[in-house]
Design a protein around this ligand. Structure first.
Ligand code: GLP
Length: 263
């Protein structure tokens, strides 16, 4: 695992966007998995900046979403689909047919819908780069504590802790109880993982995920098993890490360690 500590959150956003941008330049038909939540918003804004300043071409990139609230249609302002459209798709030259988002309002048998999403990822050749955030309880996507490391795309019940954290962005409306999420096993199959965490409130979960024991109690610890996982942190999110000095040393050699981006 390559842990990168940037001096500021903004630098973390730009570093992540630059790595994704380099990956797109190397492979214009990159299959990119997108996380939602607050954390990656600045990365999407930096990608939009790259599109405007360097004409980074998104037209061949294929996008897959990581998770969604069950019961929310894409038209709901609180849906992750809406966030991805608002923060990224509508500002770049994404090809409509290349955008694959989990549907919170999928009709019919939800388990067969989840299976068809897995099949789609497989049929398109798998995900090259998967962006990830981390929950304060160590969740990855909506894989709450005690999700199996081999879990697949499925419906999950949100924990009280997660719903409480989400209530800050769900102004006035109730946070859904259920979500649909890629499983930890699905995420593990992406060729490269790029996990981001910023701010003090993520420090404990980051330390448990990056340096703690492998345990389903901290779903994000599953990334330790991945051969190509990159973690980008600001100093606050890195605050509880034991090997912080080493990561800082490593961070100054990023261009040597990842000369061609992520994929
Ligand atoms: C959310 C989402 C995750 C996200 C994580 C962190 O609930 N399910 O996909 O990465 O928790 O969210 P945030 O970035 O808003 O802190």
């Amino acid at each position: 695992m390559l842990v990168v500590i940037t001096e500021t959150i903004e630098q973390g956003h730009r570093t992540a966007a630059s790595l994704v941008g380099q990956s797109i330049m190397k492979n214009p038909t990159l299959r990119l998995g997108l996380a939602a939540g607050k954390t990656p918003i600045g990365v999407y804004q930096s990608l939009v900046d790259l599109y405007r300043s360097t004409h980074l071409d998104f037209s061949g990139v294929e996008f897959f979403s990581l998770d969604e609230f069950l019961g929310l249609p894409a038209s709901s302002l609180n849906s992750y689909a809406a966030l991805l459209h608002q923060q990224l798709f509508r500002h770049v030259n994404a090809t409509f047919g290349n955008i694959h988002l989990l549907k919170g309002d999928a009709q019919g048998d939800i388990m067969s819908y989840c299976h068809s999403y897995e099949q789609l990822i497989h049929d398109r050749g798998g995900i090259d780069v998967q962006l990830l955030g981390i929950g304060i309880n160590g969740h990855l996507a909506f894989n709450e504590p005690m999700s199996s490391f081999r879990s697949r795309t499925r419906v999950c019940l949100l924990s009280a802790e997660t719903r409480e954290a989400l209530s800050r962005t769900f102004n006035e409306t109730e946070v859904p109880e259920w979500a649909v999420t890629m499983g930890l096993g699905t995420i593990a199959e992406a060729r490269t993982l790029l996990m981001l965490a910023f701010g003090k409130e993520k420090a404990k979960a980051v330390a448990q995920a990056v340096e703690g024991p492998l345990t389903a109690a901290i779903p994000a610890s599953s990334i330790q098993l991945h051969p190509h996982a990159v973690v980008i942190l600001d100093p606050e999110a890195a605050g509880d890490l034991k090997f912080k000095d080493y990561y800082q040393q490593q961070s100054s050699h990023l261009a040597l360690l990842l000369p061609h981006g992520l994929a």
